[in-house]
Design a protein around this ligand. Sequence first.
Ligand code: ADP
Length: 280
Amino acid sequence: MKVIEVRNISFRYRNTEEYALKNVSFSVEKGELVGIIGPSGSGKSTLCLTLNGIIPQSITGRFSGEILITNPQTGENMNTVLTPVPKLSTVVGLVLQNPESQLFNMTVEDEVAFALENLGLPRDEIEKRIGWALRIVGLEDKKEEFPPNLSGGEKQRLAIACVLAMKTPILVLDEPTSELDPKGKKDVLGIIKKLKGKGFTILMSEHDSNFLFKNADKILVMNGGSVVFQGTPKEISDKIDELIELGVRVPKSLLVSKKLGLPPAFTPSELLSLLKARRD
Ligand code: ADP
């Protein structure tokens, strides 16, 4: 079942000359993890902002093409230009690159409750969802903390919990690990993997492509506002020279396997097995 269908969209921010997105088309099936990679300024954040209607409804400019979102739970179709952002946001949850911009309550618990109170849910349902979302991201012991006192990784996990608590079946994460130290990064990527296992449909942009080559069902490669390649990690790995030229960081094991004329290895352990098999 297709849950996101992006049909030939282009977008130019107000007062700019250059289009930030140019004729972008792709679709996402229910339960897929789709990665967006590409150099800085290639349009990854802009694309994320189109998916719940913020572009062009709140951030205006010249928008053409069409994005259709299907709620996998009800089958309802929504056009991101015609359906108001608050309604789209009940289906597509967006986690922005900088979590600080999304956190402004006095405690971790209040932060998660805030979005839910706006949905008008009963108190016991709110409590249940707060507990559930904080457990998934591993912050259940930090309920009373003041969000600005959390580490970078914890803030990002809290931003994810806020979106999770809304129970949107589609999650869009814009470079969720870009500001994090290695531990924070590992934790957040672990959560994303867990969410994929739970059946969420996830679209995420990421500068470091290691995780996506290993876990994504499909990868979109962006450059200059266009999707220049799209396909499975295996298909994209055939374009490794082009990716390096674009300045995209590709997994080391992939580089080595390609240099040695082996099939693509997405992790060091896969590379080792391939080397062992060749020796035997
Ligand atoms: P990425 O996420 O890949 O770094 P962006 O989507 O942030 O790329 O940017 C794509 C292009 O749009 C860039 O040329 C950038 O300068 C421009 N851009 C991004 N945000 C704005 C904005 N709010 N106003 C005007 N131009 C913008």
